[in-house]
Ligand binder design. Structure first.
Ligand code: HEM
Length: 273
């Protein structure tokens, strides 16, 4: 009985990979992680070759440099990079309001989930090893946080739904990343719960679903928005550096005229973009 959870097990305290090692050797789990990392690297390289985006990025940066109006010292550049990491990247300052909070939940949830998965699988997945209790706790909290941020984004904040009025169940290729991410976290949690409660059979089913959804997440990098987590930081650094040297990526300065949009602008919050 799935919800008759009386075994006294607390899944938050159990390293699910250590329990799994009764049936699956640690080396197989470790090989699985290495395959996932290779899939990400290959996906990103194919994406770079196909879109030629990195080449464009560097050509554009070189071109913009020619219109620089002031010299930026190495010290100033370092401080811009540090500020960009602390603000644009670590707090996703490009986004605002609920969108930003949902993104931060998803981002930090994912980082926590991945880092603790790697530590638990590489250091504590042998059956006899004792896992520090903070690791499974963070793993489960990471997965829950991904679900909070991801489902919030998926059901309410996604542009197609929140501003274009499409139903939440309309799925397009651009949804591959967020969907495979939340589904992976969801299956991981259900698998861990079933395994901790010793509900055999069902736990294997959800383990298989967990593995398949990870395969879609990491194998789909070429088609999904996965790579934005690597491109966005680079773009933010370039944008801030080009603002400091006056080249502004060859974009014009913001107007210093007063804003005149007419009274119509006050009728509705601007969210049709
Ligand atoms: C582990 C790292 C990260 C994860 C898991 C993550 C996750 C996500 C997800 C699930 C989405 C929604 C994708 C969609 O439109 O369907 C998204 C969008 C976005 N991400 Fe990230 N992200 C990460 C890192 C970053 C970083 C480092 C930045 C910026 C420096 C960034 C900026 C953005 C922006 C601007 C959007 C568009 C948001 C919107 O349309 O509301 N992300 N991210």
């Amino acid at each position: 009985m799935i919800f008759g959870y009386t075994g006294g097990y607390n899944m938050f305290a159990i390293n699910p990979f250590s329990k799994l090692s009764e049936f699956v050797p640690s080396s197989v789990m470790q090989a699985y992680i290495i395959v996932m990392i290779i899939l990400v690297v290959v996906g990103i390289l194919l994406d770079i070759i196909h879109k030629k985006n990195v080449r464009y990025f560097f050509d554009n940066a070189k071109k913009a440099k020619k219109s620089a109006t002031n010299q930026v010292s190495v010290g100033k550049k370092t401080s811009i990079v540090i500020k960009t990491v602390a603000s644009d990247i670590l707090t996703t300052s490009e986004l605002a309001g609920r969108r930003r909070i949902a993104h931060l939940l998803g981002m930090y949830g994912t980082i926590t989930f991945w880092v603790t998965s790697v530590i638990m699988i590489f250091c504590y997945s042998a059956n006899e090893s004792v896992t520090p209790s903070i690791l499974p706790l963070l793993w489960h909290l990471g997965a829950i946080t991904i679900c909070l941020g991801g489902y919030w984004f998926w059901f309410f904040l996604r542009v197609d739904v929140s501003t274009e009025g499409n139903p939440w169940y309309r799925i397009i290729k651009a949804d591959l990343f967020v969907l495979s991410l939340v589904v992976t976290a969801t299956f991981g949690l259900i698998w861990s719960y079933l395994q901790a409660a010793n509900i055999s059979g069902w736990d294997t089913l959800f383990l298989v679903m967990f593995m398949l959804s990870n395969l879609v997440l990491f194998g789909g990098v070429y088609w999904s928005k996965f790579a934005h987590m690597f491109y966005k930081p680079g773009a933010a650094i370039q944008k801030n550096l080009s603002e400091a040297d006056g080249s502004r990526d060859n974009l014009p300065l913001p107007s210093n005229k007063p804003k005149e949009f007419g009274l119509g602008i006050k009728r509705e919050a601007p969210r049709h973009y």
